[in-house]
Design a protein around this ligand. Structure first.
Ligand code: ATP
Ligand code: XMP
Ligand code: GLN
Ligand code: MG
Length: 517
């Protein structure tokens, strides 16, 4: 059993993912309107959709072409369910093809900004007049309209840039209305959600808390649970929600795997002792994690070892407590998606999802597995948690193991801990720490030559990473002033033994990821 937020009752929009790069963004745009939505792979069956009983369906874009044999397909039945459907790009093309139209390779690829001229009045563009600036990214086009459909509008390049069938409430747009480069995109999406599908905005964090607590109460009853607690926002919120549901039957397990930041174990324990009324067991597992990681250099292998070891520690602690059936984790929607689904490829195996061992003694409770990070922060605020928890920078479960590149050793860990502490201290001093979404240092597996005090040094460089983001799915590097960069460099090189260089990572995600491994 996996108890998560998605089992709750509320109006639902299903986004069907054809492998598009913006599927997450579509989901975010919908949730920003206080409407709950879930992303499902295109392989979802019609029966499953009926079971979920969504009030609207959105078909995402995708890299493939609908006329190819192996291209992602969907059962035509979904257009007959009486549920309003909006197809975007590939989504519109598949809607056209499955409804009896024809899609072909276009003469000219259309990429970037275009002007969309509305040709036939329809509910999607209601309230919008004149030519609309839209964002295009396609090489295929609808050549023949399916029966029952009308052309919604055109661009210079694309005579059929939008289609609709008002009787069946089917709408398709060739452009991406979910990106900011389509300025009226959100208005069109709102027309679809509220005018066409008649959804109400019933997705609030307030209602989320009540429903989640109630559903955990029902599922767990008077049985016992443990919670993997890191002091991070996700597990803290998960612990508090579960505690509200089952009270003293919850015990939190805080694991020191030797990969925490400088003094982090003490800070976390103190925070929980002072500010939260939950039972916390501290486990010193440094030895066993570090010995399992000995000689291992491959990033995915490191993650899997750590994921498995976490579970083994949790199981041992559960046996000590006795009669424990559940493990609570602060898994987020993003952890699930990045660890790979049928249509989304594995970016990296988050230790708590893709890194889980196949056999587990405990059933999972993941009350946040349908939320994005910023939504969890909203829940935390709603729960009146201290600011230091709400705005704490995310810290990955595998900790410094994925920031010491290559083999993890005690020596390298201690250099990295020191560098990390110096950087955090300096940025708190200049008042920038909370301006940044996530900040950390990385220790690469190389040494470089320097000159310190007139003498040659052959030491490690430290890489500084600072990014801003909303939910960790995309991120932009932080623009420091030169003065701040200079003081950071001076302090790190002077104060951290074994380091003679500081370099700054100026890559966004994508194409990089936030962590280096
Ligand atoms: N040191 C730890 N001890 C026990 N459980 C942990 C530890 N580190 C991570 N976990 C578990 O793994 C989950 C995922 O880790 P993750 O880092 O994504 O979440 P978090 O630490 O709660 O929040 P944040 O993302 O803000 O750091 C946590 O929610 C928690 O259940
Ligand atoms: O708990 C976690 N277990 C993991 O295995 C893991 N990998 C990455 N992260 C965090 O996720 C966010 C996105 O990171 P990436 O851009 O590196 O994928 C960033 O905030 C990362 O710190 C993890 N968190
Ligand atoms: N972004 C998309 O969905 C592209 C759809 C299709 N591959 C095309 O090029 O037209
Ligand atoms: Mg964490």
């Amino acid at each position: 059993m996996n108890i998560g937020g998605s089992t709750l009752s509320r109006e639902l929009v299903v986004v069907i993912d054809f492998g598009g790069q913006y599927s997450q963004l579509i989901a975010r745009r919908i949730r920003e309107e206080s409407v709950y939505c879930e992303i499902h792979p295109y392989t979802i069956s019609v029966e499953k959709i009926q079971e979920l009983s969504p009030k609207a369906i959105i078909l995402s874009g995708g890299p493939s072409s609908v006329y190819l044999d192996e291209s992602p397909d969907i059962d035509s039945e979904i257009f007959e369910l009486g549920i309003p459907v909006l197809g975007i790009c590939y989504g519109m093309q598949i809607m056209a093809k499955k409804s009896g139209g024809k899609v072909v390779r276009a003469e000219k690829r259309e990429y970037g900004k275009a002007l969309f001229e509305v040709l036939n009045g329809n509910h999607l563009t209601e309230g919008l007049s004149g030519e609309l600036l839209v964002w295009m990214s396609h090489g295929d086009s609808v050549e023949e309209l399916p029966p029952g459909f009308k052309v919604m509008g055109k661009t210079d390049n694309t005579p059929v840039a939008g289609i609709f069938n008002p009787q069946k409430q089917l709408y398709g747009v060739q452009f991406h209305l979910e990106v900011l480069h389509t300025p009226k995109g959100q208005e069109m999406l709102n027309n679809f959600l509220f005018e066409i599908a008649e959804l109400s905005s019933d997705w609030t964090m307030d209602s989320y808390i009540d429903e989640t607590v109630n559903s955990i109460k029902k599922e767990v009853g008077d049985r016992n649970a443990i919670c993997g607690l890191s002091g991070g926002i996700d597990s803290t919120v998960a612990a508090v929600l579960v505690q509200q549901a089952i009270g003293d039957n919850l015990t939190c397990i805080f694991v020191n795997h030797g990969l925490l930041r400088k003094d982090e174990e003490n800070q976390v324990l103190e925070l929980f002792r002072e500010k939260f009324d939950v039972k916390v067991v501290y486990v010193d597992a440094r030895e066993r994690f570090l010995s399992k990681l000995k000689g291992v250099t491959d990033p995915e292998q490191k993650r899997k070892i750590i994921g498995e070891e976490f579970i083994r520690v949790f199981e041992e602690e559960a046996r000590k407590i006795g009669d424990v059936d559940f493990l609570v984790q602060g898994t987020l929607y993003t952890d699930v998606v990045e660890s790979g689904t049928e249509t989304a490829s594995v970016i990296k195996s988050h230790h708590n999802v893709g890194g889980l061992p196949e056999k587990m003694e405990l059933s999972l409770i993941e009350p946040l597995n349908s939320l994005f990070k910023d939504e969890v922060r909203q829940v935390a605020k709603e729960l009146e948690m201290p600011k230091e928890v709400v705005w704490r920078h995310p810290f990955p479960g595998p900790g410094l193991a994925i920031r010491v590149l290559g083999e993890v050793t005690e020596d390298k860990l201690s250099i990295l801990k020191e560098a990390d502490a110096v950087v955090a201290d300096e940025l708190k001093k200049v008042g920038l720490y909370h301006d940044i979404w996530q900040l950390f240092t990385v220790l690469p597996d190389i040494k470089t030559v320097g000159v310190k005090g007139d003498e040659r040094s052959y030491d490690y460089p430290i890489i500084l990473r600072a990014v801003n983001s909303q939910d960790g799915m995309t991120a932009d590097w932080y623009r420091f002033s030169n003065d701040v960069l200079e003081s950071l460099s001076n302090r790190v090189v002077n104060e951290v033994e074994g380091v003679n260089r500081l370099v700054y990572d100026i890559t966004s995600k994508p194409p990089a990821t936030i962590e280096w491994e």
